[in-house]
Design a protein around this ligand. Structure first.
Ligand code: WT7
Length: 632
């Protein structure tokens, strides 16, 4: 199979697809005609926005004061109303919203009615604690139903949630709580991971002890039974707090531009960026993309096997599937626990029809071998998805054959925390090319440009950019509009800089090639090299650090660090281990360097910038290129 072999969609898929119906209703005859019609993107997005419930319709679709967008102006909406209330009062009341499976094997089925009532109780508890619209609430929770419930409860009352991935360390948690100035922190006693209980409350206590002056209360979910210390007056158990609350709490009508959440992501400086998303446009973006790309139907059993701690989980485990009234699987633990067939067991038992995961997870399953998936009946699957990094053709082929049984199209969805929703992805009518996320979705103008911002010719690589606003775009960086403008909109006028390298082929298909900046993609998660470096230079023995990404067969990239030591410190294997652990403690286990190499000096430019490019070329045994600006 050549990398550009075309996989046309089956006639059955095309005939029954949600997008086909949408096109028929409007007399649009082909995929190309759809893209052409959606060039009028304000029209297209307004059509899509009508599929949601608005308390009050908008009066203007878009105000674009580059680079600041406002969508659906004058509209009143609440994403939680769309995700829960309208279902709890309609025919989906007793439909299962989440099939939750805990790592120890406990299964809970939450109907829309169940989820709505618990969310209402929790929202009432938040109000009782004095949480008001606009207040920030930090959630440091594992993959348990209380995480979406807490998010939805915040949304209901107009509070802003900030979810911190539960694999992050107490230092990372503290920094993010302080940036958000969160009044409330919600956590669990612990979380199950590979048969052990991770002490989340103890991590939270460490973060609080290090100084989080804004936090007034900590709510704790009992999950593992780990013993925890509860500070009286400050710490409250979820079950005590909600026990006496009413099952009723109306979702407040909010301005469509009201902030829904912030989510921190890595950039090219040591300080993570707080990406800001809003109720209206974000709801439209994620609802549209899941409905038409994954073709979600009433009878589907859908599983996005990501973590809610990242944007994939926010958009495609919580908000989009609930707005669509879907039944989703939510799994707490490790994919290979207790054995590598854990996922395949769940798919077979629940009759999962759609699976959305990452290339890094697929490569992990590939390593275990196909005997694990072959032992289970995966014949209910009809669509597969991939996200997080470019999917290499070997992984694509394996996923297609050994998970999809050769019959399921793979939706390779390119997007970012900043974009909120899919930007480049096939629709069920799109012929696939393994390794390409295919074409920009209708209403989305992703393109490839050269150094000067001119459109790159087909077949030539360049920088991926976005030429026009879209409803689910980030609105700004939390408390830092200047950094927002600087990071995304300053390189070329009117072009959003994605940070990715890409190529557009002669058919207009896009091939993403990874980051073009100092950001690594570790197992589908973004990590700035400078974050690792600033963690290391905070260690008493370290003078300077330079981090590069080196290829890894499962994780994509892994960090490797070159370190110079301060006088009086000697390199040793023990110190290398200590530094690896230090980074894991400062940021989280995903940032743990694969290797630490001690050097007497690091190569620098005349202006004193460390030349990571040179270190990388040397490590990978590649040509070092132009070194004329090198000082040392
Ligand atoms: C970066 C965004 C979007 C949710 C998960 C990661 C890379 C993401 C793809 C894809 C090639 C991809 C890009 C992007 N990326 N999806 N299908 N093909 N690359 O979110 O942490 O914001 O990272 O992930 O490099 O810029 P994120």
């Amino acid at each position: 199979m050549s990398a550009d072999q075309l996989y046309p969609p089956s006639t059955e898929l095309v005939e029954n697809a949600n997008i086909t119906r949408w096109m028929r209703d409007r007399g649009i005859a082909s995929y190309d005609a759809l893209l052409a019609r959606a060039a009028d993107y304000e029209w297209y997005w307004a059509e899509m926005a009508k599929e949601l419930d608005w308390f009050q319709p908008w009066t203007r679709t878009l105000r674009w004061n580059t680079p600041f967008a406002e969508w659906f102006l004058g509209g009143k909406i609440n994403i939680a109303y769309n995700a829960l209330d309208r279902h709890a009062r309609g025919p989906r009341k007793n439909k299962v919203a989440y099939i939750f499976e805990g790592e120890p094997g406990d299964v809970q089925r939450w109907t829309y009615y169940d989820l709505w009532r618990e969310t209402n109780r929790f929202a009432n508890a938040l109000k009782r604690l004095g949480i008001q619209a606009g207040d920030r609430v930090t959630l440091y929770l594992p993959m348990i139903p209380q995480l979406p419930i807490a998010m939805l409860a915040c949304a209901k009352i107009g509070a802003v949630h900030s979810v911190i991935f539960s694999g992050f360390s107490s230092t990372a948690l503290k920094d993010r709580v302080n940036d958000a100035e969160a009044k409330l922190l919600i956590t669990a006693d612990g979380s199950f991971r590979r048969g052990k209980a991770v002490p989340l409350k103890a991590n939270t206590d460490a973060a609080l002890a290090a100084g989080t002056p804004s936090v007034r209360h900590v709510i704790v979910v009992r999950r593992t039974g780990l013993e925890v210390s509860m500070q009286s007056g400050r710490d409250l158990w979820w079950h005590d707090l909600t026990a006496a609350e009413s099952d009723h709490c109306e979702s407040v009508p909010l301005d469509s531009e009201a902030v829904l959440f912030t989510l921190y992501t890595s950039g090219t400086t040591g300080k993570p960026k707080g990406i800001v998303h809003v109720h209206g446009g974000y709801a439209v973006g994620v609802h549209t993309s899941l409905k038409y790309v994954f073709d979600l139907k009433e009878t589907d059993i859908y599983w996005c096997a990501a973590d809610i701690g990242w944007v994939t989980g926010h958009s495609y485990i919580v908000y989009a599937p609930l707005m669509l009234g879907a039944t989703s699987v939510m799994y707490e633990g490790a994919p290979d626990w207790p054995e590598p067939d854990r996922w395949w067991r769940i798919i077979a038992r629940e009759g999962v029809t759609i699976l959305y995961t990452s290339p890094t997870a697929i490569r992990m399953h590939m390593k275990f071998g196909e005997s694990w998936s072959r032992a289970h009946d995966l014949s209910t699957l009809r669509l597969l998805g991939s996200v997080g990094e470019p999917i290499n053709p070997e992984a694509w082929r394996w996923y297609h054959a050994h998970v999809g049984g050769g019959r399921c199209p793979i939706m390779d969805t390119w997007w970012q925390t900043e974009t909120g929703a899919f930007m480049v992805s096939p629709l069920p009518v799109t012929p696939l090319k393994p390794g390409s996320a295919t074409r920009p979705l209708p209403g989305i103008a992703v393109d490839v440009v050269d150094q000067s911002g001119q459109r790159s010719p087909d077949g030539e690589g360049g920088f991926a950019v976005i030429r026009q606003p879209w409803p689910s775009m980030l609105r700004t960086l939390y408390k830092d509009p200047d950094r927002y403008r600087q990071t995304y909109w300053s390189r070329w006028p009117n072009l959003y800089l994605t940070g990715d390298a890409a190529m557009r082929d002669a058919d207009g298909y896009l091939w993403f090639r990874g980051r073009a900046d100092e950001v690594l993609n570790v197992a589908g998660h973004r990590l700035g090299t400078s974050e690792v470096e600033s963690a290391l230079v905070a260690h008493p023995a370290v003078a300077e650090a330079a981090c590069i990404g080196v290829p890894h067969d499962v994780k994509g990239d892994v960090p490797k660090v070159y370190v110079t030591l301060k006088a009086g410190h000697q390199p040793s294997p023990q110190l290398a281990d200590e530094l690896k652990q230090w980074v894991a403690n400062e940021i989280g286990p995903i940032a743990r360097p694969e290797a630490i190499e001690f050097r007497d000096r690091l190569p620098k430019t005349r202006s004193g910038k460390i030349m990571r490019r040179l270190l990388k070329a040397e490590t990978l045994g590649k040509d070092v290129g132009d070194v004329s600006t090198l000082e040392d």
